[in-house]
Design a protein. Sequence first.
Length: 765
Amino acid sequence: MSRQHDTHTFDMFGEAASAHPALGSTPELLALCERWVARGWLRDLDRALVRFLASEAPDAPTLLLLAAALASHQLGRGHVCLDINATLNAPDFALSLPPEGDDLTDPPPLPSDVLATLTLSEWQAALHHPLLTSEGSGNTPLVVVTTHSASGTPSTRLYLRRYWQYEQSLHQHIAARLETTSTGSESTGTEGQSGRPIHWATGDASHPGLLPQALNILFKQSNGLDWQKTACALAARSRFGIITGGPGTGKTTTVVRLLALLQTLQLAQHPSQPLRIRLAAPTGKAAARLNESIAGQVAKLPFTDLTTLLKEAKQEGILWEGALARDDSATEQLKATIPTEVTTLHRLLGARPDTRHFRHSAANPLALDVLVIDEASMVDIEMMAATLSALPAHTQCILLGDKDQLASVEAGSVLGDLCRRAEAAHYTPATAEWLAQATGQPLPAEFIAPAGQPLDQAITMLRVSHRFNEHSGIGQLAKAINQPGHAQSEREKQQAVTAVLRHGYPDIHHLVMSDDAALDKLVIHGSPSGFAGNGEGRTDHEGKPIAPPTGYRHYLNVLHAQRPRGESFEENTTAYNTWASEVLSAYSHYQLLCALRKGPWGVVGLNQRIASTLRREKLLFGSDYTLEKGWYEGRPVLVTQNDYGLKLMNGDIGITLAVPDPRNPQQKLLRVAFTTSDPDKPIRWVLPSRLHAVETVFAMTVHKSQGSEFLHTALLLPPTLNPILTRELVYTGITRAREWLTVVEAKRGVLNEAVVREVVRVSGI
């Protein structure tokens, strides 16, 4: 019998075990919370909530107060709520216990000790208090949600009301948008500004409608199923859509073509009213990367063919209001309607200083018709709820991202939760028939399910990687790691990962560190000897040579060798800009990623160690104090907060360089160089004293690397298994590699353990 249904707990002698005092006494619970906080297992914020609730309702059950403390603590760990059932089954996962154990004297009792006598029914019964909890109605600070499985077993979740409201808001907004999904008839279609369906006709075999014709222009004929074409068709017929896929599957290419499709359909009806489209991303770094890639994709769009289609349709009289207003400038008109500027979600919504609220909300919605959110896996539940609430009812919202990447560091894993069924698609026969008519591509039977849910019909998973083919070890490793757990045993997954590492792929090096010298070689040279032919002789899909793997010596050599000589910084800024650009480009050739922040295997310890190693090689110069806490030439820094005054975004990387002092050219001044998207001013030079939210970035956490890619990525896994070491973290880390990947284990076996452990974010989505 599982402990969830036990009515009593017995000790080793068969006697009924006594309950822990903290389960029946509020003062005892508060004292226990004090000890947990002192140990770092619980947050001050969580303890403060217990005190507040106890003062507001002195008669509140102690078990309810304990659940509230744990529910609050779960938010800091990425969960939206507390799952009572799961907590009873694995109590010690409810607190932030150190993975290597606590060796301090007189440790407080573990949650497993405290909850040893507690049954599910007892805890569920205690979660009710008229002032503190409700099932959703009223304004109680806590919300209790109980559901039942197919077998009738009750499952209970406890929310802080604000997060329950976020979840309810997401459900309501997504459901409302999915209700407008068309099945092909005008009466139920997604409506444009005139109230008519924006795609309004798929046509028939004898007279194809505008949608399939435009899709055929945007996508060349292919032998197999073109998932990018499918994604555009599905997203065009719904006010809510998701396009997910791994690196290199063409998410950006797809969404640019989707925007061209939507504008073509819109301008066919309303030549003078193009769709108002905005592009956004959760971080400044992600926004900058999308901004760089989207401009190139827009330039490749077949605008001439699309405008020709509109003119022909006008002549045939099948459009309601004719084609574009001015035929002579139709191509430029259409091109001008596709945006290339990307902003952050905070800027889009109008973040208010020192508050969680935004200028745009349901009461003051955004003025737009289409919103695309890139890197949606990084958007937490609070930001997603705020964004959807600020959208007008007619606006199409399209989420773009990799469902298998790490979720936001804040609470919630919205994209992953929404895409839980994406692998098998679950398209209904009606959707499959509509897609076949719209795209000319029949869906394989394996992706059709009569019981498909409405959300399934709005999700497309891109399944073909154009970056990693069957000869790419990086791609094969990502595929092996991402195999769903239900499809194979843990042992089978570990064997698949090991097989890839032993296969001899030219782009992967697996390193188990035997001594400190191995890490030193990796960060200095990149350990090219670990790759076939020392990494020489590889070419890309166009036949161009791929630069061999390097370490940090490469960018520091460029820094010293290409420094402008005998020239004033002010008089020859172009030379210094060119130099800085070369150094920054060289730096992007290599990046060491790690899982942790603290400790010798975290970014703090590794950054100091790497700086000292590079100093021994005479590549960096400075005292121990300078290398640890000061500024020195060659120091790479990562911006950790948006600074709109300096036009620097969270995630931007700069390199510290020495330039001549204008007052005394023989002296040097330190400036930090950042790249910009302005061709006239390609480098932004910033005084170190103006940079307050930066950190050294010889080592970067995998979380911080999201949205970036590097020619050679080294992923370092610590020797001790840690809760943060999961399949998602390993997958995210290895897919930051563009051409070369080094997987480093500080202790053999850690990788195999990590790939079978998955992030479980508790929510009701």
